[in-house]
Design a protein around this ligand. Structure first.
Ligand code: NAD
Length: 178
C-alpha cells in the first residue's frame, strides 16, 4: 500500500489486515503520521510492515521489493489538493506522475504486475453532466486532475503493451460521508 497511512489508505490497511492479508505500507509521512500506524495496530491487533519511504526514491523501493515478496500494489500515494496544484503544478507532476512512473518501473523489475490505482473524479472536469460513466469524456480542469489522467493513460498503455499487467484505476469522488 503506497500512501497507506493516509486518510483512505489507513482504512484500507484495517480492512486488508482484518481480511487476513499481509500488509506492507510505504508512506513518506508528508500528509500523515506514525501515530496512524499505532492506531491501525490497536484496532486490528495485527502486525503491519511499515517503511517510511518516498515512491520517487528508487533505492528505497528496490530494497522494499527485495526484502518482501510483493504480489500486488494498491497505489494511493500522491498529493491531492486541487488548489495547491494550481499554485504548484510542478510539485504535483513530480510527486504524482514521476512518483507513479518510478513505482511502476520498480514493480516491472520485480515482476509485480498487479495494481489498483487511486485515480480521481477530477479527470472528468466540469463540462459533463452527472451521472458520470466510465466512458464519459475526460477533461481535467486543474493540474491535480491532469496528473491523475496522465498516470491513467500511462497505465492504460502499459496494459496494452504488456498483457501480464492487471490494472484497475478507481476514480474516487469525495469518499467522506455525513
Ligand atoms: P492522504 O493525503 O490522506 O493520503 C496520501 C498519503 O500518501 C499520505 O499519507 C502521504 O503522506 C503519502 N504520500 C504522498 N506523496 C508520497 C510520496 N511521494 N511517497 C510516499 N508517500 C506519499 O490522501 P487520501 O485522501 O487518503 O487520498 C489517497 C489517494 O486517493 C490520493 O492519491 C488521492 O489523490 C486519491 N483521491 C482521494 C480523494 C478524497 O476525497 N480523499 C478523492 C479522489 C482521489
Amino acid at each position: 500500500l503506497t500512501g497507506g497511512l493516509g486518510y483512505i489508505g489507513s482504512h484500507i490497511s484495517v480492512c486488508l489486515l482484518n481480511s487476513g492479508f499481509e500488509v506492507i505500507v510505504i508512506d513518506n509521512l508528508s500528509n500523515s503520521s506514525n501515530k496512524v500506524l499505532k492506531k491501525i495496530k490497536s484496532i486490528t491487533k495485527k502486525e503491519i510492515i511499515f517503511y517510511e519511504a518516498d515512491i520517487r526514491d528508487n533505492n528505497s523501493l528496490r530494497e522494499i521489493f527485495r526484502k518482501n515478496e510483493i504480489k500486488s500494489v494498491i497505489h494511493l500515494a500522491g498529493l491531492k489538493s486541487v488548489n495547491e496544484s494550481l499554485d504548484f503544478p510542478q510539485k504535483y507532476i513530480d510527486n504524482n506522475v514521476f512518483g507513479s512512473k518510478n513505482l511502476i518501473n520498480v514493480m516491472n523489475e520485480f515482476n509485480c504486475k498487479k495494481m489498483i490505482f487511486s485515480s480521481s473524479a477530477s479527470v472528468y472536469g466540469e463540462s459533463q453532466k452527472a451521472p458520470f460513466e466510465e466512458t464519459s469524456p475526460t477533461q481535467p480542469t486543474n493540474p491535480y486532475g491532469e496528473t491523475k489522467l496522465e498516470i491513467e493513460n500511462y497505465l492504460h498503455d502499459l496494459s496494452k503493451m504488456d498483457k501480464d499487467w492487471e490494472i484497475i484505476a478507481l476514480r474516487y469522488f469525495n469518499p467522506l460521508g455525513a
